[in-house]
Design a protein around this ligand. Structure first.
Ligand SMILES: Cc1ncc(COP(=O)(O)O)c(C=O)c1O
Length: 452
């Protein structure tokens, strides 16, 4: 039988994370050079390298016998633990009834986009997950390019909202931000919230990286600033290094009782409930404990050390700019100063730049600008500084916490050699590009002199 795929599916593009996987696999099978068997310097995958906290692993083992379906919004113990977690870490009083559990925040964001009417405002650059969902749901959407500081400008948001005809708009706010690693402060959030109130904009505040914030005292949830209009999403995937558990939650805005009823219908229609043993395991991850506190402290400190190194090493390359991350395990590198040299080498798009870096002799995987919802010709890239053995590095950090600048540098060199070598490769790539370009220029000059 020849199956006919529904047009709606044909119309959407392959999400970028799948594209990336396919691309890396193809690169491996096609590469004739023996050095390719080594693999690559991995700056592309957005995954925490640390082990799942022991407490969560043990709770999962203890609950393998839980075979019954769970309640649609989540088991009561989990909703209650998430409520206390939000009080403890984010200073928010959230009744458990406002919390809905789902199989990852990606799915929950999709579900929110399903129930919320209105045009979606997507600030760029953005995480590569939102756009295929918006397109799949055939929602109207507008990009909101950020300016040099890579943060939403409240004025630009107002101007865009005024142009839109919809009674309701939906802003996707990602704080802390993937791919820049930047954090919005309270004042910045208040200014955005003022525009949202004025222009009837609901906010989906994707705060999946909240607990990775290096100076955690600086993190403020949009749910605190704009409680009547914000849907906060968070989960186990990044701060708890358990993306594969597929567990996230959404906090509904205050007083949105009817909306919660509609949402429950959607969840019940689409997936009934998250796996029951996983929900029990998640309770251990959200309950307040010394172990989890230590886990968050250690992992965020290591992310910061790796992030500082990556930022300084990259920006030491003449012409490279980068965001200085406040959180997450990413930064956005800007290679646009090399645009003329890249074009001369026929590297005309960010996709081509990613391809040129992955092939021999560079073996370096990055996520290029068009996967970050930037122009195809924008030579920016997301650099994820996680290519190291998380379990080993966690242990090393506990044994001897690096304090001074030089100790931190040593720590990176000893424990994350692929991060160090990968940045050297990026340096080599641009150096050789510049040399080729200069050589071309010299050759051209000489041929003109010879001709004269
Ligand atoms: C900004 C952002 N939001 C959401 C997600 C997905 O999270 P989850 O695993 O909870 O679906 C990711 C994962 O990479 C992300 O980077």
């Amino acid at each position: 039988m020849k199956f006919i795929v529904d047009q709606q599916v044909e119309d959407i593009e392959m999400p970028e994370n799948l594209k990336l996987n396919t691309f890396l696999q193809e690169f491996h099978s096609d590469c004739p050079n023996s050095e390719c068997s080594f693999g690559f310097y991995g700056f592309a995958f957005g995954q925490s390298p640390f082990p799942v906290p022991k407490l969560i692993q043990e709770a999962l083992i203890k609950n393998v016998d839980k075979g019954a379906y769970a309640a649609v919004p989540g088991i009561p113990e989990l909703r209650s633990a998430i409520s206390k977690y939000n009080k403890h870490y984010f200073g928010m009083d959230i009744a458990p009834e406002r919390i809905y559990v789902g199989p990852g925040t990606k799915e929950l964001i999709f579900n929110l986009l399903e129930i919320l009417h209105g045009t979606v405002i997507l600030p760029t650059p953005a995480w590569l997950g939102y756009l295929p969902q918006i397109r799949f749901l055939k929602k109207n959407y507008h990009m909101l390019p950020t300016r040099a500081n890579k943060k939403i400008s409240p004025n630009d948001l107002r101007k865009l909202a005024l142009r839109l005809q919809d009674r309701q708009k939906i802003l996707i706010l990602n704080n802390p931000h993937n791919p820049t690693g930047l954090l919005y402060d309270r004042l910045e959030l208040e200014e955005i919230a003022d525009v949202c109130r004025e222009q009837n904009i609901a906010v989906i505040s994707d705060e999946i990286y909240a607990l990775t914030t290096y100076d955690f005292s600086k993190f403020v949830s949009m749910g605190k600033i704009y409680p009547e209009g914000t849907f906060v999403t968070n989960g186990l995937s990044k701060s708890h290094a358990a993306g594969g558990y597929r567990l996230g939650y959404v906090i509904f805005p205050q007083h949105a009782i009817d909306l919660r009823r509609q949402f429950k219908k959607i969840l019940a229609t689409e997936y009934t409930a998250v796996s029951t043993p996983i929900q029990h395991a998640a309770v251990a991850g959200f309950e307040i404990s010394k172990e989890m506190d230590e886990y968050f402290d250690v992992t965020r400190s290591i992310h910061q050390i790796m992030g500082d190194y990556t930022y300084h090493a990259l920006t030491a390359i003449d012409g490279v700019k980068a965001t200085k991350p406040d959180a997450t395990f990413y930064l956005l590198a800007d290679f646009n100063a090399f645009a003329p040299d890249l074009q001369k080498a026929k590297i005309t798009t960010s996709q081509k730049l990613s391809e040129s870096l992955i092939i021999h002799p560079y073996h370096t995987a990055i996520v290029g600008g068009d996967s970050l919802v930037l122009e195809r010709t924008d030579f920016s890239a997301r650099i994820a500084y996680v290519d190291y053995d998380g379990a080993k590095v966690y242990q090393k950090y506990l044994e001897n916490k690096p304090k001074s600048h030089s100790e931190k540098l040593e720590f990176v060199k000893n424990n994350a050699p692929k991060v160090v070598a990968g940045i050297d490769m990026i340096n080599n790539f641009f150096e050789s590009l510049r040399k080729d370009s200069l050589r071309d220029l010299e050759a051209k000059k000489n041929s003109i002199i010879a001709f004269n």
